[in-house]
Design a protein around this ligand. Structure first.
Ligand code: ZN
Length: 354
């Protein structure tokens, strides 16, 4: 190790999990950050400050004026320039040892393998579930661990996906979640404080893996809320019918049928998942029902499980139902799409009287 490097990291080396040897190996690790926005601008800077030597930055966006309050790698003069290029310049000025690759591309299934290939770990800075599902599937195929992070308003989530045996992947928990109808940073805002917290925990998880420690959020989903300092960690199990990581994943057939209709929410799209024992019913329009009232009702009347702001799991009519706040429902233990629609309509009927 050069004197310059040792001097630069002289306040990091005393940390119990970073030795001279580990710092040397961190300098050789390639970490990919997908999305250099509210989360990614914090995590990149922190990864460097803890000794990561190689970063791959992926983001196709240009810097906009409204990014500046929370994305501290960018300045007013940078508005209109590519985020990854400005971030690279900023980070290189702060850390002469780092090697940075940039991909100014929209991350999707056509380029995901090329973009992720060769990474030791991936830190999520994305802002939608669709892209995270692509990330999860490709990372699974390449066997690269990744750290999910999400933030909205004053709330945040973190989960570490290692793909080790008997551990859940992102899809095991989030397969029912779709972006349509969910609030976004544009509609609900996002606090810089929660972004910094979520990104810091993501970096801590990544560094734990890279230094040989067990990550603390493997198989666990952390919920944080700065509004009341409530913190909750729920255990997430690997699902034996997961369409990404289960043994059955190879045999999964997904059929979509849209011939169903509800007077309260229009067309119903029914997705038939593996073995025809679990169906997802997606309403075309969100019904006019208050989700918070429904949650209170479920808390009172059912022995269910609340998943923060994402949804609620409960049992009804001998089926297991996962209800999202968009009123998309995943219905398990039904025998046909028709029966899934019957359950969906029955649930709506109950909620309408709440
Ligand atoms: Zn899975």
């Amino acid at each position: 190790m050069t004197d310059d490097l040792a001097s630069y990291y002289s306040r990091v080396l005393p940390l119990p999990f970073i030795t001279h040897e580990k710092l040397k190996s961190l300098q050789e690790e390639l970490v990919t950050i997908i999305g250099v926005g509210g989360l990614g601008t914090v995590s990149t800077e922190q990864l460097l400050s803890l000794g990561i030597g190689k970063l791959r930055l992926v983001d196709r966006d240009i810097i906009e004026y409204h990014n500046l309050p929370r994305q501290k790698l960018f300045f007013i003069k940078d508005v209109g320039d590519a985020k990854v290029e400005v971030a690279k310049k900023f980070l290189k000025e702060r850390n002469p040892f780092v090697k940075i690759e940039t991909f100014t591309e929209f991350f999707d299934s056509s380029n995901s393998e090329r973009i992720l290939q060769g990474s030791r770990i991936i830190v999520d800075g994305l802002d939608n579930f669709q892209a995270r599902k692509i990330l999860n599937k490709t990372a699974y195929q390449l066997n690269i661990p990744w750290v999910f992070g999400g933030a909205l308003g004053t709330t945040g989530n973190v989960m570490t996906i290692t793909f080790r045996e008997n551990t859940p992947c992102f899809n095991c928990f989030f397969d029912q979640i779709v972006d349509e109808g969910l609030p976004t940073c544009e509609t609900a805002g996002v606090s810089s404080s929660i972004l910094a917290q979520v990104a810091s925990i993501q970096v801590n998880e990544a560094i734990r893996i890279l230094t040989g420690e067990k990550p603390l959020l493997e198989g666990k989903l952390l919920f944080l809320d700065l509004n009341d300092y409530q913190t909750e960690i729920i255990n997430v199990e690997q699902r034996n019918d997961c369409t990404v990581c289960s043994e059955k994943a190879k045999d999964v057939e997904e059929e979509i049928s849209d011939e169903y209709y509800s007077e309260h929410c229009g067309k119903l799209i029914v997705v038939t998942l593996c073995e025809r024992e679990r169906f997802i019913v997606k309403p075309e329009n969100k019904p006019d029902i208050n989700f918070e009232k429904v949650q209170s009702f479920l808390d009172e009347k059912f022995v269910g499980k609340k998943y923060g702001s994402y949804g609620y799991e409960f049992k009804l009519m001998n089926t297991e139902i996962f209800l999202m706040r968009t009123f998309v429902m995943s219905i398990k233990d039904v025998t046909s799409p028709e029966n899934a629609v019957v359950v969906f309509k029955k649930v709506l009927e109950i909620f309408q009287s709440v």
